[in-house]
Design a binder for this molecule. Structure first.
Ligand SMILES: *Cc1c(COP(=O)(O)O)cnc(C)c1O
Length: 367
């Protein structure tokens, strides 16, 4: 096998199909009608996937990786008189707090242990005790740990207390069904290179149009101005404000078609869940315990502890796995030595069997 050919067990960039990569072979013009139509089709396609094609929502595409999308929303929709409650239980929600610091956005944080989901009762207490909170912001699938947060419970509170609800659904949208209107979500952020299985290069925001329209002039950054980006896309029939990643957009358009061909989000979720559970079970049998308990384990990525009395390093394990065709992910916890296995992208049950076999050989050679 070519040293540079391996499948990614990392949650984005991830392993894409040949056909998604082939869609990038054509150089496209940004103001060409066909290209603009491609952008428009992506925007409506995403609304459908979000169950948000009811006329109340719109999609904005934003250059850059997922972080740019989250930063665009936080810095463009929370005004100087607003205040956001950030639910923090992982590195990505912590990053939201950092963004608030950078932009001078007023916030309060409810911090939870990385292995636990935020308690809706505590969130409700915070909302009751601080009437100045206008927005709630959280992460759905915490890629840091693999935990899946309960956005439905927090969405209920957002509706009950009339708060705008921002959800980073980066590593869940497309792989977990999310009914955006029903969950009371005002802004949902995801990106091209996660569960839709495109290549990296842009993020997208599904926004409640009425709320977005009220944010003109709030943005603290020119290039990340969400309202301005939306306005241009609307007025100019799918034109991006600045140079768009044309090859990435074409690959994404193809990836959306392939998601539909697989059977939509339901089928993709079934595949992810099956491979995730099989990996988790098989790894536990080999002595690698999972960090998140089964009830809160999401279907996208799993954090594992090293076996007891483990003698090998991550570097050694990484090299062995890469030699055998798979690239794994280091841990991202601050308090424990772990590593992660993602299972999104072109990863199927026969990969899981191969991966478990490779781990088995590695562990028996090392112990
Ligand atoms: C991938 C991801 C992001 C964005 O990270 P980038 O490196 O900017 O793509 C944000 N939040 C979550 C939960 C993610 O998984």
């Amino acid at each position: 096998m070519d040293k540079n050919t391996y499948k990614l067990l990392t949650p984005g960039p991830l392993t894409t199909t040949e056909t998604v990569k082939e869609a990038m072979q054509i150089d496209r013009c940004t103001w060409d009608e066909d290209y603009k139509n491609m952008t428009q089709e992506i925007r409506t396609g995403l609304l459908k996937l979000a169950h948000a094609d009811n006329g109340d929502y719109t999609t904005v595409l934003m250059q850059g990786s997922g972080t740019f999308g989250v930063e665009s929303v936080l810095s463009s929709v929370i005004s100087s008189t607003d205040k956001v409650l950030v639910l923090q239980n992982g590195a990505y929600s912590k990053r939201m707090v950092e963004m608030c610091d950078y932009h001078g956005i007023k916030y309060v944080v409810y911090e939870e242990d990385y292995a636990h989901v935020p308690d809706p009762a505590i969130v409700e207490d915070v909302l009751k005790s601080d009437g100045s909170i206008t927005h709630i912001s959280m992460v759905h699938s915490e890629t840091t740990s693999g935990l899946l947060n309960n956005i439905a419970a927090i969405g209920e509170l957002a509706k009950k207390y009339n708060k705008k609800f921002i959800v980073d659904a980066m590593s869940s949208f497309g792989g977990v069904d999310i009914n955006v209107p029903e969950l009371g979500i005002t802004y949902l952020v995801s990106s091209a290179n996660k569960c839709i299985q495109g290549v990296p290069g842009f993020s997208f925001i599904i926004a409640k149009t009425g709320d977005l329209k009220q944010t003109k002039g709030i943005a603290r950054s020119l290039s990340l101005d969400l309202y301005a980006q939306w306005e241009t896309m609307e007025k100019d029939g799918g034109k991006w404000r600045f140079t768009s990643p044309t090859h990435v957009v074409a690959a994404f358009s193809q990836a959306l078609k392939e998601l539909a061909a697989e059977g939509g989000i339901t089928a993709r979720n079934a595949r992810y869940t099956a491979t995730n559970r099989a990996l988790r079970k098989g790894m536990e049998e080999l002595g690698f315990k999972a960090y998140i308990d089964e009830a809160h384990q999401g279907p996208i990525i799993t954090t594992f502890f090293y076996p007891e009395n483990c003698k090998f390093t991550f570097a050694k394990m990484y090299a062995y796995l890469k030699d055998h065709g798979y690239v794994i992910y280091p841990g991202k916890l601050t308090d424990a030595e772990t590593f992660r296995l993602g299972n999104i992208g072109e990863i199927y049950m026969d990969d899981v069997e191969k991966i478990l076999g490779i781990f088995k050989d590695f562990v028996s050679a090392e112990n």
